[in-house]
Design a protein around this ligand. Structure first.
Ligand code: NAP
Length: 242
């Protein structure tokens, strides 16, 4: 019989998993992005109120297995998941997607936070930010010699010396080449998500000999079972279901 699963999502892989879960299971989203309405499982939107709240939800709902398929930079919910699993005595399995690796000729530079990023960008004019919403909080701090291009889920009104593009992956190589050329990008900024759906921008930076500034990955907790590939997690899940 299938265990009652609570799947923490918000990623492409998580949505794929959710499509294969039964009606006894729950797909959980923070509520920042699109909420699918065509899933065979239940869908829940919004936070739980920290690790204690998540543990309480697990107990109340009779959850038998917690799956953490959140984004590698969503460190808070992953920490909560690990702690809630301990508190509730339920197993937590996580997909820990490996990061991208620099290839020959790549000029990749790592920074820890926004302050370090600003310093790393000092000598560039046309950065392309693909970090989510964080740059939007700093649009009033754009140095006079820079024009920022910010790509995130939702567009917003133009501000001086910035272009904000609302777009949702996957992004293909052809489109990424066109974007870099059209906007005269001279440096790319990204999280190291390791996702195939956003990888083409790295290929374009490589082709153009442009540096890439990567926000370092956060520490994630150790949980009962960790998988590097979705297929391995799916196989383990099927073995557990038998
Ligand atoms: P975060 O900082 O780790 O989490 C902040 C809070 O949001 C959590 O403490 C939790 O609230 C709630 N939350 C996060 N994911 C949730 C989920 N799947 N179900 C229910 N509540 C959730 O996360 P974030 O970086 O803001 O990311 C939010 C969501 O977007 C995640 O689900 C993640 O997979 C997705 N996402 C994130 C990124 C990224 O770069 N960070 C990129 C793509 C997608 P409570 O403490 O109240 O439970």
């Amino acid at each position: 019989m299938s265990p009652r699963i609570l799947l923490l999502g918000g990623t492409t892989e998580a949505l794929r998993f959710a499509r294969r879960l039964g009606p006894e299971s729950i797909y959980s989203l923070a509520g920042l992005g699109r909420v699918p309405d065509d899933l065979p499982c239940q869908v829940r939107v919004g936070g739980f109120g920290g690790a204690a709240g998540l543990a309480a939800f697990i107990r109340e709902q009779g959850i038998e297995l917690l799956l953490d398929l959140t984004h590698p930079y969503a460190a808070q919910i992953s920490a909560n998941a690990a702690r809630a699993a301990e508190l509730s005595g339920v197993a937590c399995w996580a997909l820990r997607r490996p990061g991208w690796q620099a290839g020959e000729g790549d000029d990749w530079r790592e920074v820890d936070d926004w302050a370090e990023l600003v310093v790393a960008l000092e000598n560039f004019q046309r950065p392309l930010f693909t970090l989510g919403r964080e740059p939007l909080e700093h649009l009033h701090e754009i140095p006079l010699h820079q024009h920022w291009v910010v790509r995130c889920l939702t567009a917003q009104q133009a501000v001086p010396r910035a272009t904000v593009i609302g777009a949702r992956g996957p992004f293909d190589l052809h489109g990424e080449r066109a974007l870099f050329a059209l906007l005269g990008i001279d440096v790319l900024i990204s999280k190291n998500s390791g996702s195939a759906s956003t990888e083409p921008k790295l290929q374009v930076a490589r082709e153009l000999g442009l540096p890439v500034v990567l926000l370092r990955r956060p520490e994630l907790p150790t949980v009962e079972r960790e998988f590097l590939q979705p297929d391995a997690l799916w196989e383990a899940l099927q073995r557990r279901m038998v």
